[in-house]
Write a protein that binds this ligand. Structure first.
Ligand code: URA
Length: 288
């Protein structure tokens, strides 16, 4: 059996995993994730009691109980590259014996629900609505670095999408992955189901023109007009695809729900979304 070298999985002197700085016993199997470290504090304000709190860079973790359920609230920062770090370390905490550095015999399945903010691309996803990423399209390429990506990616969808938008060969090849169906049915049953793009940046990579002109200014209108069966692309954010893709490859349950804070069609946004994200967090805590 393989012993994972210290260079591949770095364990800190206190027995915690490298970036998240948490120890295996501090993680619950139920995890609510979000970009903003402050939102972890907000989430934990609904907990009945707090077991531990760890802050390391943008990764803020609080484990506690909510109505009798042990839950970990964790911030992952911004971007798909962070998700590679967070999900690999969460999986290691659950499934690698830190003393022997070997994969444990019994697999522990994690449930990971990300609550995020997003920009809407369709008229049926107005500001303030909640959109479940039933499918995610990763523009980031993270999944493509892992063997067996084709076992979780939906290649017909990928091919149709690349053709429709005339995908640039300078970009990473996009990957399409579905969220865990049981989580969609249990947690997102009364919300809009959509196809969410995880972009590799907030500005140019989501078609925002501030000062630098875009290489492909028509990309968003092509994205908006794309259809695959009954599916249309509903929103942009930056993390759901690597979470769904790596989560599925590892055997965990994962999904993302976003509150829409910008309407890309109308050119409008709402920076005062605290109430809407707070309600979404409470809903997820009750249903996770
Ligand atoms: N987050 C994003 O990535 N894009 C938006 O438009 C809003 C929030």
């Amino acid at each position: 059996m393989r012993t994972i070298p210290g260079s591949e999985l770095i364990i800190n002197d206190d027995g915690s995993v490298f970036h998240l700085h948490i120890r295996p016993e501090q993680l619950s199997e139920k995890i609510i994730m979000m970009g903003d470290p402050e939102r972890v504090k907000l989430t934990a304000s609904f907990f009945d009691n707090i077991e531990c709190e760890i802050q390391s860079r943008e990764f803020h973790t609080i484990t506690g109980t909510y109505k009798g359920k042990r839950i970990t609230a964790l911030s992952h920062g911004i971007g798909p590259d962070n998700i590679d770090i967070v999900i690999t370390e969460l999986d290691a905490l659950a499934n690698i014996d830190f003393a022997t550095r070997r994969v444990k015999k019994d697999f522990k399945q994690l449930t990971m629900v990300r609550v995020g903010t997003s920009g809407g691309l369709q008229p049926h996803c107005p500001i303030g609505s909640y959109v479940v990423a039933q499918k995610s399209i990763g523009f980031d390429g993270v999944l493509n670095y892992y063997a067996d990506r084709n076992t979780v990616a939906e290649q017909d969808f990928e091919d149709a999408f690349k053709k429709h938008v005339n995908w640039s060969p300078l970009h990473c090849s996009p990957y399409v992955v579905s969220a865990n169906q049981e989580l969609i049915d249990r947690i997102g049953f009364d919300m809009i189901k959509g196809v969410t793009i995880s972009a590799i940046g907030f500005y140019g990579p989501q078609g925002r023109y501030v000062r630098l002109p875009l290489a492909n200014p028509d990309l968003n209108s092509k994205i908006e007009s794309f259809k695959f069966g009954e599916h249309v692309i509903t929103n942009y954010e930056m993390e759901s695809a690597p979470l769904a893709g790596l989560g599925k490859l590892m055997g965990h349950k994962a999904m993302t729900i976003c509150t829409i804070i910008a309407n890309r069609l109308a050119g409008e946004s709402n920076a005062n979304y605290k109430g809407s994200i707070e309600d979404l967090i409470k809903t997820v805590l009750n249903r996770i």
